[in-house]
Design a protein around this ligand. Sequence first.
Ligand SMILES: Cc1ncc(COP(=O)(O)O)c(C=O)c1O
Length: 383
Amino acid sequence: MGRLPRKLQSKLAERVGDNSLRELPLCNGLVDFSSNNYLGLAQSPELSQMTSEIMESTPRRNGATGSRLLTGNHQLYKDLEDFLGKHHRSEAALVFNSGYDANIGFFSSVPQRGDFVLYDELIHASIRDGIQMGHAKSYRFSHNDLSSLREKLSTIRTPLGTENTVYVVTESVFSMDGDSPNLKALAKFCIEENCFLVVDEAHATGIFGGGRDLVCQLGLEELVFARIITFGKAMGCHGAAILGSMDLKKYLVNFSRSFIYTTALPPHSVATILASYQYLGSKGSELLKRLFKNIQCFKEQIRLLGLTDSFIESDSAIQCALVKGNEKVKALATKLQEEGFDVKPILSPTVKEGSERLRFCLHTYNTKEEISRVLHLVQFITQ
Ligand SMILES: Cc1ncc(COP(=O)(O)O)c(C=O)c1O
């Protein structure tokens, strides 16, 4: 086997040097404050039973056998996309193999040369990668800051012709902060300024709007050009979809390379997504009540323990305590793990240097005692 080229070795050595080397952890059996399995669906036996029932009426059992444009487009895809359009109140839905694929497929193909993409500075890596693969110019605006967006728009608008489209992109729940933009104000702004708003709903899918998404909860479906929903987080399975108009779907089927040039999801994965929505239909309100109770409990404990200033304000299942420096945040996470809590450190360069953090993901199955114990530990260790 060939040795790793020297330049790559030195990049790895740099990561070791600044304490940011990424490694693959195994499941550790600790109290889960780190997975995206917010509603506990990933381990639900009922969900796998419901999936098996759907699979019984499916002739194709295992692989998809090809891309969706060739032989991979089985009936379950049609059932799922019809369902998603109705459920998420969108004219159309197009399923992708993952949220990463959906974002690179959208942002590399939709914005054209001469167009502009204005994106929140904390936007997910998959969106950045998609933008880089395309030909539009892109500018970032300050996090959740409408006046910064307005300022950026005014700098590009002067030389703009009418042919230039401006896309504005944000997340409804930011993956590394857990906070949300003022989506109502942002959507209104985009309509007034004739911009196309795109919202990544990865961490809101299945949680807000009664098992839908945050755009639905706020009644903004008609004001948003496209939404990206994903199924690998609260929905407990895998895959993603882009919600938008019939024409947008037709365009993506024709031009989105991460949709075209890949084998489709196997029937079992598509059946699991369908089953997951069915399951939420019957058990969703109880699960969501439990999740939001835990979010409230966590926030209340933060307040009682005097930790409010360390935490980023968030009403979602993602709660983060800022701890400056890779070394420090890693050491803190290790201590919490030694005490039985799976809390992950988020290091730079995943987040900006100086904004390293402990990221707590909350679930239906976390208990009040676990929340209280882990936050008491945080208080004890940090103060
Ligand atoms: C905001 C956001 N968008 C997209 C993705 C990618 O989704 P997937 O994990 O389905 O590829 C993630 C995953 O971490 C995410 O947090």
